[in-house]
Design a protein around this ligand. Structure first.
Ligand SMILES: [Mn+2]
Length: 313
């Protein structure tokens, strides 16, 4: 891997510089409202046209080794040279694995170097400040590796970066993408201006919690949702998926959040879960999605299955 992207040897000031720079890029893109020719941004919502090539990476959880393998397999420097190729990360970069800080640093370098075609979504693990949970080891990791200056680094650099991450992405006619799942919407009028609701989802705690924490399930008695064993978020049924997909004119939800054998399908194959962490999850597999504009057309026309574009690492 290129020297610029090597992250094993860093100083606290490198973290401050690179992470703050990425937050600034996110803020500038938000102010501008667009990225390159194919992307519109509003608040925490991204709307893209179909890219020439698309790669989607799921949860990483501090697994730098698997992340680097995926980057090598897609030949990321060549892939990202063309702005019409898009690379989207679905969140959950930290906790559980050994290299949370290094993963963050790598992703920030990637976004800084390729601001118009790399997109970082926010996971529930990047939202501990809003929805605390027990298995959070990132702060103690930071303390061990960075030492005394950890409070300033965490509060002044890392938290603002987490808050700047995007929450929801839509690739027109093809897919909605988010970390956890689709929020349960009781009032169909929501969809009259869903883009504006999603843009402002940081200000709507229920919407935010469900985007970050929900999981798809097959629910008994045609229930549209039930309480989640996670203690945060909900389990949403196929009715919720159908409601979102018909109102956004999309065919799929692409999301992460659940360990699996690299990928799994739910709700009549309309939801693809992608999981890209291996070391902290020895019983599971990791994978990524790579597809092209032509394949996306074929997937939409049911001529090919979306799982044909999933690669186990
Ligand atoms: Mn998650």
């Amino acid at each position: 891997m290129d020297d610029y992207f090597s992250v094993l040897d860093y100083k606290a000031e490198d973290l401050v510089y690179t992470i703050s720079k990425t937050t600034k890029i996110h803020d500038e893109q938000r102010t501008r409202g667009y990225v390159s020719k194919i992307g519109m941004l509003s608040g925490h919502y991204i709307n893209l046209q179909t890219p020439n090539n698309l790669v989607v990476v799921g949860d990483i959880h501090g697994d730098l080794v698997t992340l680097e393998k995926i980057m090598e397999r897609i030949d990321f420097e060549d892939f990202l040279k063309k702005e019409s190729n898009i690379l989207i990360f679905l969140g959950d970069y930290i906790d559980r694995g050994e290299y949370s800080i290094e993963v963050l640093l790598f992703l920030c370098k990637l976004k800084s170097f390729y601001p118009n075609n790399v997109f970082l979504l926010r996971g529930n693990h990047e939202s501990y400040n809003r929805f605390p949970f027990s298995s959070y080891d990132f702060y103690s990791d930071l303390l061990n590796k960075v030492g005394n200056s950890v409070d300033t680094l965490y509060n002044c650099t890392i938290l603002p970066f987490f808050e700047s991450l995007f929450l929801f992405c839509e690739i027109g006619g093809f897919s909605v993408l988010t970390h956890g799942g689709l929020p349960v919407i009781e009032n169909p009028r929501f969809f009259m201006n869903y883009k504006s609701h999603l843009s402002n989802s940081l200000e709507n705690n229920t919407l935010l919690e469900e985007i970050l924490w929900n999981d798809p399930r097959d629910l008994p008695d045609n229930n549209s949702w039930s309480f989640s064993n996670r203690g945060l978020g909900k389990y949403f049924g196929i009715e919720v998926t159908n409601m979102w997909l018909s109102n956004t004119s999309c065919k799929f939800l692409l999301r992460g959040h659940e360990p699996c054998m690299g990928y799994k399908l739910n709700h009549e194959n309309k939801i693809l879960t992608i999981f890209s962490s291996k070391a902290p999850y020895p019983k599971f597999e990791s994978a990524y999605l790579k597809t092209s504009q032509k394949e996306i057309g074929e997937i939409i026309d049911n001529e090919c299955s979306i799982t044909q574009c999933v690669h186990i690492v």
